[in-house]
Design a protein around this ligand. Structure first.
Ligand code: MN3
Length: 204
């Protein structure tokens, strides 16, 4: 069965002013849409054609560049849309996640600082992640291009619960070269409810 582009769970302009409408339109429809189309083309007629996306990611290293890049692109963006939501002052990590953040990083601000450093320090294009490692500890890491921590080729193997896209296409229209400003703005639209659900699921 072919993969399909999931609809954005909110309007294109819902993350304004932190992430602008035009960026969201191009990013979701053209970039993510492109990964989905190219993934379907790349897996057609291969052993990956009827595999679940997570299963393809586990074999990314041997599946070839087209499958690796587009499967990663599809999975990464599907998570990205879900872990954002319109700004809400009341949104914060739930008690379990907040306790885990305090334990690993000291406090929420220290975690954000480390996460932003991972995003700012990723040379070229890629992603920064807050994730649960195999020992059930929270970790922060980053990956190049459309790789992610679920891939067999990942340096940091873990389960992402929050990710930010640091490709220029994610921020250039509004922030130009100022990736740090985009990363700071990102926290205004983090969907902590969703991140908390993903944390609980990863801890099972
Ligand atoms: Mn992107």
């Amino acid at each position: 069965m072919a993969f399909t582009l999931p609809p954005l769970p909110y309007a294109y302009d819902a993350l304004e002013p932190y992430i602008d409408k035009q960026t969201m339109e191009i990013h979701h429809d053209k970039h993510h849409g492109g990964y989905v189309n190219n993934l379907n083309k790349a897996i057609a007629g291969t052993e990956y054609e009827n595999k679940a996306l997570e299963e393809i990611l586990k074999n990314a290293g041997k599946a070839g560049a087209a499958i690796r890049n587009n499967a990663g692109g599809h999975w990464n963006h599907s998570l990205f849309w879900e872990v954002m939501a319109p700004h809400n002052n009341a949104s914060k990590p739930d008690a379990d996640l907040a306790a885990a953040i305090d334990k690993e990083f000291g406090n929420l601000d220290a975690m954000k600082e480390k996460f932003n450093a991972a995003g700012a320090g990723r040379f070229g294009s890629g992603w920064a992640w807050l994730a649960v490692d195999p020992g059930h500890k929270l970790v922060i890491c980053s990956s190049p291009n459309q790789d992610n921590p679920l891939m067999d080729v990942a340096e940091c193997k873990c389960t992402p619960i929050l990710g930010v896209d640091v490709w220029e296409h994610a921020y250039y229209l509004k922030y130009q070269n100022k990736r740090g400003d985009y990363l700071n703005a990102f926290w205004n639209v983090v969907n902590w409810k969703k991140v908390g659900e993903l944390y609980a699921k990863a801890m099972k």
